[in-house]
Design a protein around this ligand. Sequence first.
Ligand code: ADP
Length: 226
Amino acid sequence: MNLVMLGLPGAGKGTQARLIAQKLEIPTVSSGDLFREHDKKNTELGILARDYMLQGAYVPDDVTIRMISEWVSSQDGSKGFILDGFPRTINQAEALDEMLSNYGGLDMAIYIDISVTEATNRISTRVLCSVCQSPFSLLDGVKEGDPCNSGDGGVIYQRPDDKPVAVEERIKVYSRETQEVVQYYRTRDNLKTVLGSISIDEVKHEIINAIKSLENKKYGINRGSM
Ligand code: ADP
């Protein structure tokens, strides 16, 4: 199963990508996490991407496509993978089609649909673990500087691009660029839309059910109750 996750910042792409990847036992990667790793390590890619990220702008396609294509070619691809945060432009979607030509193509684009108001609210209260990147909410009494409850030694922090000015820009860019990508997959009949405002567990079940029916249809596999 080769899957991509689409949706506004804060829609829950990363959370669902991790849950589904665990269930299907396939790797997943977030383009944002990859950029943050490159940034931390001061690599050429990290230096190129840094300013765009801070402003909430998209990193140029050539840089992003290079980074993801390096990741894809480092995978054996036998069971597939989930990309979270890529593609976000039509150029990237076309580049992905090419990258996946040796990996059986894209099976499904999962679009987690939430409103701009909900996205803005979620991001303004979102903090993350510096190690596992798990999200927490300030509304649950978690504070910056707290230790992560997974015991991985990580510290809770707020992403610099989760501050209001950058968030506004990220949402604007998303509406301008990534809605077109949603349409790109819709036209190809490759899109599964899931409402993101229901619970994490319900979203997960909807996605798993969509994957199950796709597997049934495409490969005649019946995983029973996943
Ligand atoms: P979110 O989905 O919450 O906006 P991410 O962690 O996925 O945040 O991405 C953070 C930043 O990394 C983006 O605002 C952008 O600058 C950069 N980025 C990530 N993925 C892409 C992409 N596919 N194309 C261009 N820029 C990207």
